[in-house]
Write a protein that binds this ligand. Structure first.
Ligand SMILES: [Fe+2]
Ligand SMILES: [Fe+2]
Length: 180
């Protein structure tokens, strides 16, 4: 883990809600916890490259909490409708109840789905997280696609091996006393 994340956000990582996020699927097999941590680390890496003054504490705290909506959006429930549009506001409400947030952290969480959610992010930290979120989401989808492809290839190989075994059994030379 990037040390900057544990330095500024150990309390968030240790919270019951973040631990619960480990059980919440976010993109395929990637949990909400994994995704949020990846976004925080990616955001920190981008910030370092920019070489501009960035509030690293707000950046990683906002990034870790950007998807703090705390439900499985795959479960059919009227409250999960239009998840993509509304989860940023839900995440912000949950995060405000649980942690003391500054204006940068609130903006990061509320605007992370930009341009799906308007208005524009207000701070450089918010722009960095919205970019980091898109990079990580793309990586999550790529990882899931690669896993599905590997699984399909494995199933195909097993099926072919089974067929070959059956064919070999059929073609096996019969013994002297065996009737055809
Ligand atoms: Fe999100
Ligand atoms: Fe996200």
């Amino acid at each position: 883990m990037d040390p900057v994340v544990s330095r500024y956000a150990q309390d968030i990582l240790d919270s019951e809600e973040m631990q619960l996020e480990k059980q919440i699927p976010h993109h395929g097999k990637v949990s909400c916890f994994e995704h949020s941590l990846a976004v925080a680390e990616t955001a920190a890496a981008i910030a370092r490259k920019l070489k501009k003054p960035i509030d690293m504490a707000s950046l990683v705290r906002g990034a870790l909490l950007h998807d703090f909506y705390l439900y499985d959006w795959h479960v059919a429930d009227p409250s999960h409708r239009l998840h993509g549009l509304f989860h940023a506001e839900k995440a912000l409400r949950n995060a405000e109840k649980r942690f003391r947030l500054n204006e940068i952290e609130k903006d990061i969480i509320r605007k992370h789905m930009f341009p799906l959610n308007l208005p524009f992010p207000l701070y450089p930290e918010s722009w960095i997280v919205t970019l980091a979120d898109k990079i990580c989401t793309w990586r999550d989808f790529k990882k899931n696609r690669a896993e599905k492809k590997a699984l399909r290839a494995e199933k195909k190989a097993q099926k072919n091996a089974r067929r070959k075994k059956e064919k070999d059994a059929r073609e096996k030379p019969r013994g002297k006393n065996e009737r055809p």
